[in-house]
Ligand binder design. Structure first.
Ligand SMILES: Nc1nc2c(c(=O)[nH]1)N=C([C@H](O)[C@H](O)COP(=O)(O)OP(=O)(O)OP(=O)(O)O)CN2
Ligand SMILES: [Zn+2]
Length: 126
């Protein structure tokens, strides 16, 4: 049996977006208070007994979220070319955070992007 730890932090940001070519109200500009859940899976613990310090995960996530906060997402790459859907934003967080957080014992395993209190997308990779 192999054991692992799944850590999770929560961050948020507020921004506006437009879904291009969408056949409904969301093709008009509107805003969301997005919530981002970042999961990190660790296969071992470091010298402090942590898979990864929550502070490390929160700082990286908040820094990334800050670049989107109070902005019109469609102006910001890659969302100037791909629609800023919950799916695309979740993948963006996953890929950006994987580059900064992954190490020998821990890696980003999933990002859940809550668009509203009632709807979210979880992105992960095999
Ligand atoms: N799979 C996805 N579906 C939708 C996305 C998305 O990113 N991925 N996004 C939207 C729009 O951004 C929209 O703002 C969200 O609309 P909706 O879920 O309908 O939210 P409401 O709170 O307005 O809807 P209720 O019907 O009141 O629950 C749409 N779909
Ligand atoms: Zn929307």
């Amino acid at each position: 049996m192999s054991a692992f730890y799944t850590l999770k932090i929560l961050a948020d940001f507020a921004s506006a977006h437009t879904l291009r070519d969408y056949p409904g109200d969301c093709r008009r500009m509107h805003g969301h208070n997005w919530k981002v859940e970042v999961e990190v899976v660790a296969s071992a613990l470091n010298q402090h007994g942590m898979g990864m310090d929550f502070k490390t995960i929160k700082t990286a996530t908040r820094e990334l979220a800050k670049t989107l906060d109070h902005r019109y997402l469609n102006d910001i790459p890659p969302f100037d070319e791909i629609n800023p859907t919950a799916e695309n934003i979740a993948r963006y967080f996953f890929q950006q955070l994987s580059q900064t957080l992954n190490d020998d014992i821990a890696r980003v395993s999933g990002v859940t992007l809550w668009e509203t209190d009632r709807a979210c997308v979880k992105y992960s990779e095999d």
